[in-house]
Structure formats: structure tokens, C-alpha cells
Write a protein that binds this ligand. Structure first.
Ligand code: GLN
Length: 421
């Protein structure tokens, strides 16, 4: 088979928001403001966080009820359609979904934590439902995606340049969505190294991976904490010291648009380098330096994508056939472990993929602080026999841009990567 290579260039925007439950109109107007700022630099895709407009920390079915909508109705769909038509792009946005049984209204609605993909004509291109649930989702009887992780084709007109002929082609990118906890071990019970989500992505040759998230900052009080009272006090104090209300910052924006001059209230994050990363990482258990990304989370997310990362040890594990028994034990058609299959030492080698993490920021209930730090990453499939470090300093990944942990804002990057067709 003679495969040609297409060079794909896309402009991707990530909108980082701090939505609070009951403040829909305010959140929508801030989202619209951010979109108006990127209008002169229209992206091909705009990505919003998990539960981007509604807020996240719902405590019961009754609490979330007024915010649940069927896929083609409600504020997330309306706003996505508005943005997609205005900017002629795809909009991907997380929202609380209900599925109403058509024949029998007495049957309870099924509820999901979902993300819609709306195309430039305002039509639904895909609707993904979260597969792995966080305990907050379980509070309101959210159901797991019965289809599990999924891939779908996202068509782009004349975006792929044939590297041999120079001709421009339409290209359909193999795309996949993961909503926050999808990146974690199933129920926090599965073995860390199973890497369910990212293994699915390498096995299925995903080229564009988009993750709307409401990922927690480590200062959050969760039901696993023994020192919850002290943690809450520390978070309250941190907010007070920064002159912020208990919900964190809203309406102070960090704008970072590649190629544009944007002096904003919150200066764009500097590119992360490993030594500086280390310094920032040391402080990340407190909710402070809100204008900087949360490096410990950035590195943790990368680690969850280990199958995409160059890793020198992988070759020896492969040649000594150490991984074979693990792969053989997996059920339901899974064919790889830590990025290796039984017949290839690194499935992702010589491939390229783009990862978009759109995380929310802010604080809910005075105890749940979100980590922000939305970013756009490129995996290059190289350096497989060199790399040992499984963090940002690994040469097989570049962080193309990052937002801060505490401020709302928008990040726009031009990505450039190769796919085979
Ligand atoms: N693992 C994620 C976290 O700890 C889950 C949160 C979510 O699914 N929203 O923040």
C-alpha cells in the first residue's frame, strides 16, 4: 500500500472559563466576550471545558435537573451553534445531557456528562458521553457512556497539503474526545499503568484528541482527605490573600493568540522549561501563583499519555517480551500496554497527533478548586530510543501553549502535523 503524507495546518482555540452554578447568563456573556476577541483570528476548532456553562459540582439529581438538556437544545448547543456559524469552525463544549424516553415519559430520563461537536453550519457532528465517572458525577446518577471510548472522523476542507505533489486536499481527521476522568484510572481503582484512555487512542490511531475537563487542583478538599478542615481554611486564606471571592477569579482574562499582539491584564504564560517547571511544581499544593500554569498537573496529564511518549525502556521490555502476558490478560480486544503491542515496540512511532486539554478554572462550594492550565500539545512520535524522562522535558512532546491555573482566558495556536492517507 502506497501511503502519502499530508501536512495538516489548523488553528485551535481553547476557552478557559470559571462557570458557577446558577450564573448561566453571566458565563455566556464572558464566553461571548472571549470569542469576540479571537474573531480576527478565526480558528478551525474552539474547545470549551467540561460542563462549560453550567458549573460542575452538582450534589443531587434534583440540583442538576434545571441544567439538563437534550443534545439539540439548551444553552451549550445554542452557544456552540452561534460560535460555529459566526467563526465558521467546529465548537466542542461540555454540558449535562438528558435523554428522554420517546414513548414513555414515566421512565426516568437518562443523564450523561457529555460534549457536543457542532460544525460550521450549526449541525451536531458528534455527541460524546463521558465513560469514566468521577464521584461528583455519581451524585446525580450520571450514567457511563454505554459505547465507551470512541473515535470519529472530523472533516476539514482543503487543510491537508500532499507533501509530494503540494496539492491541497480535504482531510478527515481521526478524532476522539475524553472528558476529564476519562484520563484517570477507571474509578481510581484500575492499575495506574493500564492507561485505558491513551492506550485506546494509540491503538485506534487517533490524530486529534480533545479533552473538555473540570480537573481539580490539589488544594481542593475531596472525600479522600483526612485534614479537610485545614485544607478548606488554607484555600479560603489563599483566595483572601489574592483578593478573590470564594469562587475565584472571573472576568480577568489571559489572552494568548499566536501571531497577535495582545497585551492583557494577565500576561500570557511563559513557555515552560524544565528547571523553571520544577520550581513552580514545588509550590503547587497551594492555590497561588494563579497567573501561572499548574506544572504538576501538566506533567501528570502527560504521564497519562505515556503510550504517546518516547520511552527508551520500551524497546527492551518489548524484546524481552515482558509485556506480552499483560496484553494477553486484557479483555475486550485491547492490544497494547504502555504503548507497545505484541508485535510493535512502539505503536505511535513515526506518527503525529495533537492533544487539546480545555480545563476550567475557579472554585466551587469554597472547597473545589479547579486547575485551569488548559493547553495544546503535539506528539511527534520520535526519539523512541533516547528518552527516559516522562514529563514535559521529553522531546517527543511539545507544549505549544498554556493558560494559567486561575484566570479565565483564551489560547489560540496554529498547529502543524502530518497524517498518512
Ligand atoms: N481525575 C479528575 C480529577 O481528579 C476527575 C475530575 C472530573 O472528572 N471532573 O480532577
Amino acid at each position: 500500500m502506497n501511503l502519502s503524507k499530508l501536512n495538516v495546518k489548523l488553528r485551535i482555540a481553547v476557552v478557559q472559563l470559571n462557570p458557577q452554578i446558577g450564573c448561566l447568563d453571566e458565563t455566556i456573556s464572558r464566553a461571548k466576550h472571549l470569542i469576540s476577541i479571537i474573531k480576527p483570528h478565526p480558528p478551525d476548532i474552539v474547545v470549551f471545558p467540561e460542563f462549560a456553562l453550567s458549573g460542575y459540582s452538582f450534589h443531587s439529581s434534583k440540583h442538576i435537573e434545571p441544567y439538563l438538556y437534550q443534545v439539540t437544545e439548551g444553552p451549550a448547543y445554542e452557544l456552540s451553534r452561534h460560535i460555529s456559524k459566526q467563526l465558521k469552525c467546529y465548537t466542542i463544549m461540555g454540558y449535562p445531557e438528558k435523554v428522554v424516553s420517546p414513548n414513555d415519559r414515566s421512565i426516568n430520563d437518562k443523564c450523561f456528562n457529555s460534549a457536543i461537536v457542532v460544525d460550521s453550519s450549526g449541525e451536531i457532528a458528534f455527541n460524546y458521553r463521558k465513560s469514566f465517572l468521577y464521584h461528583t458525577d455519581e451524585n446525580w446518577q450520571c450514567l457511563e457512556n454505554p459505547a465507551g471510548f470512541q473515535t470519529f472522523e472530523l472533516p476539514f476542507k482543503k487543510k491537508g497539503r500532499d507533501l509530494q505533489t503540494g496539492e491541497m486536499h480535504d482531510v478527515k481527521l481521526k478524532t476522539s474526545i475524553g472528558i476529564c476522568m476519562d484520563l484517570s484510572p477507571y474509578k481510581f481503582e484500575a492499575p495506574f499503568h493500564d492507561m485505558e484512555f491513551s492506550s485506546f487512542q494509540v491503538e485506534n490511531d487517533s490524530e486529534l484528541i480533545v479533552c473538555p475537563m473540570a480537573w481539580l487542583h490539589s488544594s481542593s478538599v475531596t472525600n479522600q482527605d483526612e485534614d479537610s478542615k485545614q485544607k478548606k481554611e488554607r484555600l479560603t486564606k489563599a483566595l483572601k490573600e489574592q483578593g478573590l471571592p470564594s469562587c475565584g477569579s472571573q472576568g480577568k482574562y489571559q489572552i494568548d493568540i499566536e501571531g497577535a499582539d495582545t497585551a492583557t491584564e494577565i500576561p500570557a504564560c511563559k513557555p515552560l522549561e524544565s528547571e523553571q517547571d520544577h520550581r513552580l511544581q514545588m509550590r503547587d499544593t497551594n492555590y497561588e501563583e494563579l497567573d501561572q500554569p499548574d506544572v504538576s498537573n501538566v506533567n501528570y496529564w502527560l504521564l497519562r499519555f505515556l503510550p504517546f511518549l518516547a520511552c527508551k525502556l520500551r524497546k527492551s521490555w518489548f524484546s524481552e517480551r515482558l509485556l506480552v502476558p499483560v496484553i494477553q490478560k486484557f479483555k475486550s480486544g485491547r492490544t497494547s500496554y504502555l504503548g507497545a503491542s505484541t508485535d510493535k515496540s512502539w505503536l505511535f512511532e513515526k506518527k503525529e497527533a495533537i492533544l487539546v486539554l480545555a480545563n476550567r478554572c475557579g472554585v466551587e462550594d469554597g472547597i473545589t478548586a479547579f486547575a485551569g492550565s488548559s493547553g495544546i500539545y503535539k506528539f511527534n512520535g520520535k526519539y523512541g530510543d533516547q528518552e527516559e524522562s516522562l514529563d514535559l522535558s521529553n522531546k517527543s512532546v511539545s507544549l505549544l501553549g498554556n493558560l494559567s491555573k486561575g484566570y479565565e482566558g483564551v489560547l489560540v495556536r496554529n498547529v502543524d502535523f502530518q497524517v498518512r492517507r
